[in-house]
Write a protein that binds this ligand. Structure first.
Ligand code: HEC
Ligand code: HEC
Ligand code: HEC
Ligand code: HEC
Ligand code: HEC
Length: 253
């Protein structure tokens, strides 16, 4: 189950393929080909060593994604939490320290237990880009792209699964239409964010600050338009000068 890709995909002399494809004009065919279900992992939901529930921790308890995925804004890779983070709450004398569900955590952390091995909890990775494609989290989350666009409604998941395809055409669709998804930076980990939540005056004041235009003028120019996601995203795209790359070498280096 772990390996849904044939091994050869990692050994593909991709630079050669990319050059030939670009010259030969077979690109659109390739894009269609990579979008077929065979090349997506949608629905993949491996069993984890601990039945960790995002809907409980992130939604009910209100913990921010960055509490655990703490490097997602700084680094290309989004880390999983160290076992110590769980242990801070689930250690001796704290929340459900004896729960059978936390057995693997005690094996990793509880030196006083007979079961102690010191081996870190072995989470099974769900989302994975092949080696020949380059992806960077910080480049996205610092540019107004929320976790929900690529991972779905994780805050409602009892068990995390692969919700979106993350195929090449999925990447490119957004790169061509990023105004549809961009949102204010402080709402990246609010997976339930909606355009209606935005304070209009504050938004236009922010735009004025970024663009050097007058807030009232910007607002007046929009007066006949609906204040929706597309309008917000379009403005942010312009204010931040967002240009997601579409050339092959941006993602295949
Ligand atoms: C209390 C810690 C904690 C919080 C808070 C948390 N996560 Fe997680 N997350 C984990 C752990 C542990 C795993 C690995 C086990 C699993 O998949 O359930 C994980 C797995 C994931 C995965 C799948 C990783 C993979 O292997 O592909 C995604 C995506 C994810 N989290 C996104 C989020 C988002 C988005 C939020 C905020 C809404 C969030 N997480 C909040 C601890 C946390
Ligand atoms: C900020 C504190 C906090 C952190 C950090 C935290 N949890 Fe929890 N966890 C809780 C609370 C509160 C509950 C609900 C307990 C209850 O139902 O009474 C809970 C429940 C659980 C349960 C269900 C236990 C049962 O028997 O029902 C599991 C499993 C669990 N957490 C795993 C983890 C893992 C794994 C991590 C680290 C990735 C983690 N938790 C991090 C506070 C935390
Ligand atoms: C533009 C798409 C996109 C966005 C936005 C995004 N991710 Fe990811 N995420 C990915 C891809 C692609 C992977 C697989 C990456 C890899 O193989 O390195 C991934 C992998 C992960 C993993 C697994 C890392 C591992 O090695 O187990 C976690 C956890 C994660 N993302 C959390 C988040 C969180 C939290 C956010 C929001 C703050 C977020 N992601 C935003 C696309 C995205
Ligand atoms: C939901 C929208 C969205 C999706 C999906 C998305 N991207 Fe992006 N991507 C962006 C935006 C926005 C930027 C920022 C462009 C800028 O800063 O001008 C970006 C920038 C990039 C960059 C240039 C910055 C850097 O890291 O060097 C690369 C490469 C990239 N994306 C790769 C990918 C790959 C690979 C995928 C699919 C796994 C993907 N993207 C999926 C929106 C998206
Ligand atoms: C925005 C990022 C991005 C751009 C731009 C991009 N690709 Fe890709 N490409 C990917 C990702 C991500 C995958 C892996 C998808 C998957 O996991 O199935 C991929 C996969 C591929 C594959 C392997 C397909 C297979 O059968 O598995 C080829 C060949 C390829 N790309 C060629 C190209 C060519 C040619 C271009 C230029 C027209 C291009 N790519 C532009 C992100 C990109």
């Amino acid at each position: 189950m772990a390996n849904l890709f044939p091994r050869w995909t990692n050994e593909l002399p991709l630079k050669a393929v990319v050059c030939v494809a670009a010259l030969g004009g077979i690109v659109s065919g390739l894009v269609a080909y990579t979008a077929t279900p065979k090349y997506t992992r949608v629905g993949y939901m491996p069993e984890q060593p601990i039945p960790f529930d995002h809907s409980l921790h992130a939604q009910q308890l209100g913990m921010d994604c960055r509490y655990c995925h703490s490097f997602v804004e700084q680094s290309a890779h989004s880390n999983l939490p160290a076992d110590q983070v769980c242990w801070n709450c689930h250690g001796p004398g704290k929340v459900k320290p004896d729960s059978p569900k936390l057995q693997a955590l005690r094996e990793a952390m509880d030196e006083s237990s007979d079961d102690y091995t010191g081996r870190p909890v072995a989470w099974v990775q769900i989302h994975e880009t092949p080696d020949y494609a380059y992806f960077n989290h910080s480049a996205h989350v610092n540019r107004g792209v929320s976790c929900v666009e690529c991972h779905g409604q994780v805050n409602e998941m009892k068990v995390v699964y692969h919700a979106k395809s993350l195929s090449m055409s999925f990447c490119l669709d957004c790169h061509r239409n990023s105004e549809k998804v961009l949102r204010p930076l402080d709402q990246i980990t609010n997976l339930d964010w909606k355009a209606e939540d935005v304070d209009k005056d504050a938004f236009y004041a922010y735009l004025a600050d970024k663009t050097g235009k007058g807030a009232e003028d910007l607002k007046k120019a929009d007066s006949h338009k609906t204040f929706d996601r597309l309008l917000i995203g379009g403005h942010l795209k312009e204010a931040w000068n967002v240009h997601p790359p579409q050339d092959c070498t941006a993602c295949h280096r």
